[in-house]
Ligand binder design. Structure first.
Ligand code: HEM
Length: 464
C-alpha cells in the first residue's frame, strides 16, 4: 500500500471520506483553464506569507530618521522612516530583497491571474444562471485586489510612488460632497500628511486582505455548493462508478478532490511559487534607492500607475478639463474620468449575467458558439487595452511617434469610441453562422434541474 493511500485510509476511517457527499469526495472537472482561479488563490497565500515577513521590518511612519545602512549615497541623511525601512529591507535584511521582490511579483501575478480567470469565466459563459452570485462576488474581489496593490504601492514613500499615489488622493477628494471626508478617512487628510502612510498601511495589511479573505471564503463556499461547471461531454460516459448520460447535468465528471485534484493543486502551487521565485531572483522591482525619498517640492518627469490601473489613467488623460456645479455638488474631470467611468465599467461587469440571461446551465459553452457574447467580450478587451494605451499617451507621443500629446489624444479618443464596436462587430459577424440552433443548444443546456444537489461522480473519468 502506498504511503499516500495509507494516509488517505487513516483519515477515511475517521472522517468517512469515501462518502461522496463530503468535500473531499467532490469532483473537479479536469480543465486546464479552471486552474487560473487556483493560481490567483496561491498568489494570495504567497502575498500573505511574504507580507508577514515584510511587516516585521517595515515602519509605517513619515517622521525623519537618520539613515545608517549599506546605501552610501544616503549615509547620515535624515529621511522618512518608511523609506529608510524599505532601504533596510532591500539591502540589509537577509533575504529581504528576495522577499520584497517576491511580494511585488506575486501582487502582479495575482491581479493578472484574476483578470485571466475572469476572462475564462466570461468567454465560456460560466457566469450564467445559477452562478451569477459568484460572478458578482468575483467582481468585488477584482476591485479589492486592485485596492490592495494600490495601497501597497505607496508604502515605500519614495519620490515616484508617493507622487503616483497622490493621483488616487486627488480622485478621492474630487467626489462631490463626500470627497473631503473620504480624503480624511483613507489618506489621513491632505496628501501626504503624517497620517497618510499609517492609514494606507492599515488598509493594506488588515482591512483589504481581511475583505479579500472573506470574499474568497464566500466565493469558494458558493463554488462548492453549486459545483463547478463542466465542458460539454463528447458522449455518454461509462467506466466509473456509474454510467452518465452525455447531457445529465445532475452529476459532475471529474477528478475527486482528494487525492487526485489535491495533487494537481499542489503542482499548481509549486509551479506558481517557483515562477515567482524565479522572477524575484532574476528581475528587480521598483528601485527605491534610485528614486530617493518623497520630496514634496519636486515632481518626477514620468508618473504612472501600475499596468492594471492604466486604463483608469487613460480616461483621465483623454477627458477634457471640465468643471461645473450641480446644486451643491462640484463636478470635475477627475471625478468623471477617475471615479464615474471606472465605476460604470465595474457596474457593467457586475450586471452582465443579468443581461445574458439563461435557464440554469451546468455546462460551459464554446466561445465560438456564442457570437454576440464573444463579440461583447472582444469589444470590452479592446476598450480596456486602448484606454490603457491612452494612459501612456506621453510615451506614445514622445518616444514612439515623435509628436505631442495634443496630436495623439484626439486619435486615441476616436479609437476608444470606434475600434471596440468594430472589433466586436467583426467577431459577431464571423461567429454568427456557427452559432448552434436552439435545438442544438438544448442538448447541452440544463433543463432547470437541481445543479448541486445530487451526489458526485468522483471517478476520474478525465473527460470533463
Ligand atoms: C481573488 C480573486 C479570485 C480568486 C482567488 C478566485 C478563485 C476561484 C477558484 C479557485 C475557482 C474554481 C476554479 C476555477 O474555475 O478557476 C473560481 C470559480 C469561479 N470564479 Fe473566481 N476567483 C477570483 C475572482 C473572480 C472574479 C474576478 C470573477 C468574475 C468577475 C470570478 C468568477 C468566478 C465564477 C463565476 C466561478 C465559477 C466558475 C465555474 O463554475 O466554472 N472569480 N474562482
Amino acid at each position: 500500500m502506498s504511503r499516500a493511500k495509507a494516509v488517505y485510509d487513516w483519515f477515511d476511517t475517521r472522517l468517512d471520506l469515501e462518502n461522496g457527499q463530503t468535500f473531499l469526495g467532490k469532483a473537479f472537472p479536469a480543465e486546464d483553464s479552471f486552474l487560473l482561479g487556483e493560481v490567483a488563490l496561491f498568489c494570495f497565500l504567497l502575498l500573505i506569507l511574504s507580507g508577514v515577513f515584510l511587516g516585521f521590518f517595515f515602519e509605517p511612519s513619515t517622521s525623519d530618521v537618520e539613515y545608517d545602512g549599506s546605501v552610501q549615497k544616503f549615509q547620515g541623511e535624515e529621511m522618512p522612516e518608511a523609506f529608510v525601512s524599505v532601504l533596510h529591507i532591500t539591502y540589509d535584511v537577509p533575504f529581504g530583497m528576495f522577499i520584497r521582490r517576491l511580494h511585488h511579483w506575486a501582487a502582479h501575478l495575482f491581479v493578472a491571474s484574476i483578470g485571466l480567470h475572469m476572462l475564462r469565466v466570461f468567454f465560456t459563459g460560466a457566469y450564467r444562471n445559477p452562478r451569477e452570485p459568484n460572478w458578482i462576488v468575483g467582481t468585488g474581489l477584482a476591485a479589492l485586489s486592485m485596492g490592495a496593490a494600490y495601497t501597497g504601492y505607496a508604502l515605500p514613500f519614495d519620490e515616484f510612488a508617493a507622487t503616483a499615489t497622490s493621483i488616487g488622493y486627488n480622485l478621492t477628494i474630487s467626489i462631490p460632497l463626500l470627497g473631503d471626508f473620504l480624503g480624511q478617512v483613507v489618506f489621513g487628510g491632505e496628501f501626504p500628511s503624517s497620517a497618510t502612510i499609517p492609514r494606507l498601511y492599515f488598509l493594506h495589511v488588515l482591512v483589504i486582505p481581511a475583505a479579500i479573505a472573506v470574499g474568497l471564503a464566500v466565493h469558494m463556499a458558493i463554488l462548492i455548493r453549486q459545483k463547478h461547471t463542466e465542458a460539454p461531454r463528447d458522449g455518454d460516459v461509462t467506466g466509473g462508478r456509474q454510467s452518465v448520460d452525455e447531457d445529465d447535468d445532475d452529476i459532475i465528471i471529474g477528478l475527486p478532490a482528494f487525492p487526485n485534484q489535491a495533487a494537481v493543486s499542489a503542482v499548481v502551487f509549486f509551479v506558481t511559487a517557483a515562477t515567482l521565485s524565479a522572477l524575484a531572483g532574476l528581475l528587480p522591482v521598483h528601485n527605491v534607492a534610485e528614486y530617493g525619498p518623497n520630496d514634496p517640492a519636486s515632481t518626477p518627469a514620468l508618473i504612472m500607475p501600475d499596468w492594471f490601473l492604466m486604463w483608469v489613467y487613460g480616461f483621465l488623460k483623454l477627458l477634457p478639463q471640465i468643471s461645473f456645479n450641480v446644486g451643491p455638488a462640484h463636478i470635475n474631470g477627475e471625478f468623471v474620468g477617475g471615479i464615474v467611468l471606472p465605476g460604470l465599467v465595474f457596474a457593467a461587469v457586475a450586471i452582465w449575467p443579468f443581461i445574458d440571461r439563461t435557464e440554469p446551465t451546468h455546462f460551459t459553452a464554446d466561445p465560438l458558439d456564442r457570437a454576440w457574447q464573444t463579440g461583447v467580450g472582444v469589444a470590452a478587451v479592446a476598450f480596456i487595452m486602448i484606454a490603457s494605451i491612452a494612459g501612456m499617451n506621453n510615451i506614445l507621443a514622445d518616444q514612439v511617434l515623435g509628436t505631442t500629446t495634443n496630436v495623439v489624444n484626439p486619435i486615441l479618443t476616436a479609437a476608444l469610441l470606434v475600434v471596440p464596436p468594430i472589433f466586436g462587430g467583426i467577431t459577431y459577424l464571423l461567429l454568427r453562422d456557427g452559432e448552434p440552433t436552439p435545438a442544438q443548444e438544448s442538448d447541452v443546456a440544463a433543463d432547470g434541474g437541481s445543479v448541486g444537489d445530487e451526489p458526485d461522480n468522483t471517478e476520474p473519468e478525465g473527460d470533463g
